[in-house]
Design a protein around this ligand. Structure first.
Ligand code: CA
Length: 152
């Protein structure tokens, strides 16, 4: 429950400040600037669950280690809904927001779990982009789950 509480709390905050509701994923987390922070220094494991509503609907998440005193090691797993295939892309940025690297996550196909190890040095952040794999991979009614696990 604790994991979901984090996502719920952040969602509530977004609603309070006037962002779109959970039921309308278009217009939420669509760009890197709107990313939902799922980790910051001092935090632990967390997860979030949302739908992908179209092939042009992207959800961005932020694993923030800009102010972290130690390098962060962990894993990010994306659980695609049954019969659908969603993918991840990893974008590393430095403390100025400058993009350092962009890599595609490991893809295991429809309904499967894409699990990737991550390494985020102190002073950097990692954005995780979740998006539709193919032309028919989306549904407003089926939720994926993204889980971050901290190793150190
Ligand atoms: Ca996938």
């Amino acid at each position: 429950m604790k994991k979901f509480a984090i996502a719920t709390l952040l969602t509530a905050f977004l609603i309070v400040v006037g962002a779109s509701s959970v039921s309308a994923q278009y217009g939420w987390g669509d760009t890197i600037n709107d990313a939902m922070e799922i980790y910051s220094p001092g935090g632990g494991d967390s997860s979030a669950s949302f739908p992908i509503e179209g092939t042009d609907d992207y959800d961005f998440f932020l694993i923030n280690n800009i102010y972290g005193s130690e390098d962060l090691r962990g894993a990010v797993a994306l659980y695609s809904p049954s019969g659908l295939n969603y993918d991840m892309q990893f974008i590393t940025v430095d403390s100025n927001g400058q993009i350092i690297s962009v890599t595609n996550g490991y893809d295991t196909g429809a309904g499967s779990t894409d699990a990737n190890g991550i390494y985020v040095p102190s002073g950097q952040s990692l954005y995780v982009k979740v998006y539709s794999h193919g032309a028919y991979d989306y549904s407003p009614d089926q939720f994926y789950r993204l889980a971050f696990t901290k190793f150190n």
